[in-house]
Design a protein around this ligand. Structure first.
Ligand code: ZN
Length: 285
């Protein structure tokens, strides 16, 4: 039983869809029930639907008369939601409806995630599909699966099924912001053959630590030009070791692939009499 009177929320056409989404369980990788519901909903309205190989749902709405030549627009959101319940809350995300409440002018769920990510995006897209007073070119609504747990829907989207030219992602978090691009990520594994040697007995070992940097998310903060401990330390070592004939013993830096490294540490081996020179070199970084 949903407590909120959605008929009092505006715009009605959006909230009605959101109310329906609250009643249909949709954990990541278990979107089939919602997908089927939306597919049926669209077909009842004579909208063309297509489910691709991985399970993304595409709903197409033809252009309004005389707008057939306009570049097509794709509205993209995701079907699944993050499923988290407060400790002590009994909630079966595979069966139970979300229980939203209105609090201080906000729709929230008190003991579980609400699923506004990306339920409100899906509701907005459905509202566009349903509208009969918007003049538009061809519209495709792309609702992907598994956004919150691996993005397999987006990654394995069947190629060639979309015809629109402009894709609007409606899963953003900043009010009033329109995104024109987005950071992607790629894992690069570099291996270099290394020759180890027994450390000469006349060397001393020095730890060099770069720390105290701000760090940040590599997707969100990368344009802020923040220091990267790995880069700073590697640049220093590159110069210093080649001039001093010092040896690199170990280098460790960074903790996560999507975090700008805040700390890096290297152990080097040099002659004892080189220590003052090293200290000078470090002091001018
Ligand atoms: Zn999302």
């Amino acid at each position: 039983m949903i407590q909120v009177d959605f008929s009092k929320l505006s715009p009605q056409v959006v909230w009605r869809h959101f109310e329906t989404l609250c009643t249909i369980p949709r954990p990541s990788k278990h979107e089939q029930q919602l997908r089927q519901h939306l597919k049926d909903w669209a077909e009842q309205r004579n909208l063309e639907t297509y489910v691709d190989e991985i399970g993304n749902l595409i709903i197409r709405k033809a252009a309004t008369a005389s707008k057939e030549q306009v570049a097509g627009v794709i509205l993209q959101g995701h079907l699944d939601m993050v499923t988290q319940a407060n400790r002590g809350t009994q909630h079966d995300f595979f069966k139970d409806p979300i229980q939203p409440v209105l609090k201080d002018g906000w729709l929230i769920a008190e003991n579980t995630t609400l699923g506004a990510d990306n339920g409100i995006g899906v509701a907005l897209a459905l509202a566009v599909l349903e509208s009969d007073d918007i003049v538009h070119g061809p519209i495709e609504v792309l609702l992907t699966i598994d956004e919150e747990a691996g993005m397999s829907g987006a990654r394995l989207l069947e190629s060639g099924v979309l015809t629109g030219q402009w894709l609007f992602n409606i899963d953003t978090e900043e009010w009033g912001e329109l995104y024109l691009g987005c950071a992607g990520s790629i894992d690069i594994e570099v291996q270099q053959p290394t020759q180890y040697q027994t450390a000469p007995s006349d060397l001393i070992y020095v730890d060099l630590l770069v720390s105290g940097l701000k760090g940040g998310h590599s997707g969100v903060d990368i344009h802020l030009d923040r220091g990267n401990a790995n880069v700073i330390l590697a640049n220093f070592l590159n110069d210093y070791l080649s001039q001093s004939n010092g040896r690199l013993v170990e280098f460790v830096g960074g903790t996560a692939r999507n975090a700008i490294p805040r700390e890096a540490v290297a152990t080097i081996a040099i002659k004892a009499e080189q220590l003052p020179e090293l200290e000078n070199a470090v002091a001018v970084i």
